[in-house]
Ligand binder design. Sequence first.
Ligand code: PRP
Length: 182
Amino acid sequence: MSERKIIGKMLYTQEDITKRAKEIAAEIDRDYEGEELILLGTLKGSIPWFTDILKYTTADTKIDFITASSYGSSMTSSGIVKITFDPQINMYNKHVLIIEDIIDTGNTLKYLKAKLEERGPKSVKVCAMLNKEPRRVADLHAEYVGFEIDDLFVIGYGLDYDQRFRGLPYISYLEPSDVESL
Ligand code: PRP
């Protein structure tokens, strides 16, 4: 396999992410012991982190996915969110854990949680790979967080820049000078 050039400035390596995913999966195992659990991945960004959590947890899981799009400027979500792909799985009286790549303003998840609560689940919690707390607008708390990050433009491990770089096996961030050479 040919050497892959690192895009942007490295933040977390595959090893860092795997280690955190295993730690969080162990917490999930403890918290949901003896319970059925629906892992609900948000498309598209959560895919790599979702598969890590799915792989490492030993909980009795079922899976489904949801897609939300938010309207407003392209750099920040507006709080006006629409579900564009709706999960079909029955959530009534079940524990649901939303697996998210990143929480920024929190608007998307606040909306999603409220909509999912209407389906009568036993609980709805959040497991986010990254939490950008400095950018939070909505009153939203994630029960499981991989890494707390500053207000950086992050790519890789599901995160995109104009739909590119989701497949990078690490998380990095872009500075204006990096963007010029992409
Ligand atoms: C990203 C991310 C969250 C949301 C976070 O999704 O996956 O869902 O933005 O932003 P917020 O906390 O400010 O609401 P995006 O709409 O970029 O879709 P993607 O998963 O397809 O990249």
